[in-house]
Design a binder for this molecule. Structure first.
Ligand code: FNR
Length: 202
């Protein structure tokens, strides 16, 4: 292993977590909490609350980003990676999450370009969040993010996977989520190495 890769492995990876549910007892927010127990490889995951993001209005944007939006965009830009945990609403992405993504996406300095990003989701249904996850992929192709492909975390039967305190207790699900986080950490490290090497090119 080169000195460059050793240095990359020592640097913490700061991840901003977005939940697609504002509900206090949200399984998706609980899933983000669980990543605090499951994350290794230098990952530090902090959930960012999007409940104060106003409804998107292009007239408002043209007059200047509202303060909660500007704060969220700064936090996204500063993070090494983004981790989204979202339910599926009517076979798609919940409006509150799409609204936050839409706000973040405007302007020349859109924070998702080139940013490593991973998706997870919990729903009550048997199909998990398969369709919402795929809609998120469509959105982030357009926004030029760099996505973790798999293992895809699309958890069905949400209430059976958590205990009464909201702790993720289902062992196979915990292993699966941990594997997904390892892939996210590896992606961030690979990108760091590529960027370092690019700087060395004549
Ligand atoms: C749902 N739910 C749901 N579940 C699913 O598997 N597929 C779906 O398309 C939908 N659609 C849907 C629409 C709306 C408006 C709501 C409120 C709910 C159920 C959903 O999986 C369940 O409420 C989860 O518990 C929501 O996630 P949180 O809030 O626990 O994170």
């Amino acid at each position: 292993m080169s000195a460059g890769t050793d240095q990359c492995n020592d640097i913490p990876i700061n991840v901003i977590g977005l939940s697609g549910s504002l509900r206090l007892g949200s399984y998706n927010t609980a899933l983000l909490r669980a990543t605090g127990e499951l994350a290794t490889d230098g990952l530090h995951i902090e959930t960012y609350d999007i409940s104060d993001i106003p409804l998107y209005n292009d007239d408002v944007r043209l007059a200047g980003f509202p303060e909660p939006v500007a704060r969220m965009r700064d936090a996204l830009r500063a993070a090494d990676a983004v981790l989204i945990a979202s339910p599926e609403y009517n076979r798609s992405v919940p409006g509150v999450l799409k609204n936050a993504i839409d706000w973040a996406s405007r302007g020349p300095d859109q924070p998702f370009a080139g940013k490593p990003i991973a998706f997870m989701g919990v729903s009550r249904g048997a199909l998990g969040t398969a369709l919402a996850n795929h809609h998120l992929r469509q959105i982030f192709v357009y926004l030029d993010a760099v996505m973790v492909n798999g293992p895809e975390v699309m958890i069905g039967g949400g209430p059976q996977k958590f205990d009464a305190t909201g702790r993720l207790v289902d062992e196979p699900t915990r292993r699966f989520v941990a594997a997904h986080l390892e892939k996210l950490a590896a992606l961030v490290k690979d990108i760091r190495i590529l960027r370092q090497q690019r700087q060395c090119l004549p």
